[in-house]
Each structure stands twice: as C-alpha cells, then as structure tokens.
Ligand binder design. Structure first.
Ligand code: OGA
Ligand code: ZN
Length: 327
C-alpha cells in the first residue's frame, strides 16, 4: 500500500500526499544500477560504501576528527531550511531561518550533550570533509568503497566528485524540501533518515523560490502546513518515500526534490554524501525532460537578472513579458 505524507492546512483540514515506496535493491542486483542509469532514486544495500566508517559516533569523531572548524546551524524549530549567504545580501528584509557558526567538533559535541530535552532549539553540523581531519579518519576515508562510486561515475558520465558533506544531527531534525544541482550518493552511517522525494516534473506543484532568492532551489511550500490559497497545486503532488539505515545508500538524482528527516532511533544521526557534478552528456531531444526544463528555467532567470542587474526588477519584467501576451 502507498505511504502518505499527512499535511495540515491553516483551517486544520487534512489532506495527504500519495507516496510510493522508493525501491530497495542489493548492489548485486542489476536493478539497482538500472535505476541509477535511468536517473531514478533507489536505496542500495551491501555497497560497503562507508563500511570503514561504521564505528563513527560523537565520541569517536571527537577524538579523531582533528581540531578544524565545522559549520553548525542552529534553528529555533525542527526545520533547517538552507539559504545562500551571498544571495541574502541582495534581498532587503530577508530574515535567515537559521543561524550558523564555525566551531571545533568537540564544541559541537558539548552543545549536543548539554542540550536540554525541553529546548526547542536544535543544532545540525554540516561540513565538507577536508584535509584537517586526523590520520584515523583519513585512513577510513581512503577505505571508502571508492571503486563502487567511481564505477557509477564512469558508467553514468557524471562529472567530478565535488565534496563529501558530513552531516551530524539530532533526532527529529528536518531538511525541508529542495533540490540540488548535483548527483548525490547519500550514505547513512548512524541512525536512520526518512526521505520524501519528488520527481523534477513536480516543479509547478512545489513553487520553488526565484533563482535570485536566498532560498533558491527550496520549495516555498511548507509541507507540514501548506497554504493552499497561495499554492493550490500542492494538492496534486505525488512522490516517493523511503528510510535509509546504517550501511545503506540512497541515490538522489540531480534535480529530484527531497526532504530529509532524522528519525528517533538514535541519539545522533550521521551521514556522508558524495556529490558529483552533472556530466555534459546531455543530448537535446524533444520533448525536453523535466530536468532539462528546470535547467533552462534557471538559465533564463539568471540571464534576466544579469540583464536587469536588480533583483527587484525581475518580477515586474517577467509579468510585462508574459501577462496578457502568453496568458
Ligand atoms: C543532501 C541533503 C540533508 C540532510 O544530501 O542533498 O539535502 O538532512 N541532505 O541529510
Ligand atoms: Zn539536498
């Protein structure tokens, strides 16, 4: 039976988003690679992608990760909605939904351990692994199953690996629905995460912010409490759902929308992702794929902003161009 994403509207009238299960296959099953090849999400077991790191927990990392600085986000709610620092400078009256600071890993652990259960404030560490990590972590990193991911990179014509983001969070933390412009092999190390995914063809149902907005690539819709007057198409949404546990990997294809929730099965939730740039193997075939339309939309929005050189001028310009002429 299909899972559902329960939402609650302003007037407490509930509606549910139909969700299918994300398929789960062993790496030894050819169906796993077939889905990746066709740019569809899949949960893959037995990859041993990050088996070398299966002993990572707060204490182990705090002893071995070194004294480099890590970006830690603080949120007054369970949601950690990403925003671009650079783009926030161009928008008047933008209030960042989270604050961020740089701190040594040990300080983050102290914050987590002294965190009062009653507090609604939460923290989430998100930092690309870099060469400041200690020798034990370097060895475990070197022993990731690189041949698996580089094999996928080659057979799917992905671009170079850009980074491995380390995510360490508290149970209940939520990364709200957004898409990334990279291919993502997302590996779970400790605790489980529930992911809700939407195909790029759901663009019109998720109302992404304008490209120049600090919340670019995020949905304007709060899926916990959608404003149906502003975003009526959310009632048409349909998506996918799956839970990744320790040792499992999920492929999140580029431009696929995803919301990520840390489950309560562990005091600490640890993941490492593998982000790959898009390959330049795109053949233009008509009709265009939803991915190509998202990419074109982004480019056109960027061109308009560049030509006008003022974020506030973009909406009136686009209205002038379309309303009454293309409507
Ligand atoms: C990602 C992502 C969020 C999370 O890896 O692209 O959005 O909370 N992760 O794990
Ligand atoms: Zn993401």
């Amino acid at each position: 039976m299909a899972e559902c994403f329960q939402t609650e509207t302003e007037n407490k009238k509930r509606f549910t988003i139909p969700l299918k299960q994300i398929p789960r296959f062993s790496v030894n099953d050819s169906q796993a690679n077939a889905l990746i090849n066709s740019r569809e999400p899949v949960i893959i077991t037995d990859t041993h992608l990050v088996s070398s790191a299966c002993n990572w927990d707060l204490d182990y990392l705090s002893r071995h990760i070194g004294d480099g600085l890590f970006t830690v986000y603080r949120s007054k709610s369970h949601k950690f909605k990403y925003y671009s620092d650079k783009k926030s400078l161009a928008i008047k009256e933008f209030t960042p939904p989270t604050s961020q600071e740089e701190m040594p890993f040990q300080e983050f652990v102290n914050l987590i351990k002294s965190h009062p259960k009653s507090s609604s404030e939460r923290i989430y560490l998100q930092q690309a692994l870099n060469n400041s990590v200690g020798p034990k972590i370097v060895e475990q990193f070197v022993n990731f199953n690189w041949s698996y991911v580089t094999g996928l990179q080659r057979s799917n014509n992905w671009g170079p690996l850009t980074s491995n983001l380390l995510l360490v969070g508290m149970p209940g933390n939520v990364t709200p629905v957004h898409y990334d412009e990279q291919e993502n092999m997302f590996a779970q190390i400790r605790g489980s995460k529930r992911l809700v995914l939407f195909n790029p063809d759901q663009f019109e149902n998720l109302y992404p912010y304008p490209v120049h907005h600090p919340h670019d690539r995020q949905s304007q819709v709060d899926l916990d409490n959608p404003d149906l007057n502003r975003f009526p198409n959310v009632t048409r949404l349909c998506g996918y759902e799956g839970v990744v546990g320790p040792g499992e990997v999920i492929y999140i294809p580029m431009y696929w929308w995803h919301q990520v929730e840390s489950m309560t099965d562990s005091e600490e939730n640890i993941s490492v992702n593998f982000w790959y740039m898009a390959g330049n193997n795109e053949k233009i075939e008509y009709p265009l794929s939803a991915q190509q339309k998202v990419s074109m939309t982004r480019n056109i929005e960027k061109m308009i902003l560049q030509a006008l050189n003022d974020a506030d001028e973009v909406a009136p310009f686009m209205r002038m161009m379309v309303l009454g002429r293309y409507t």
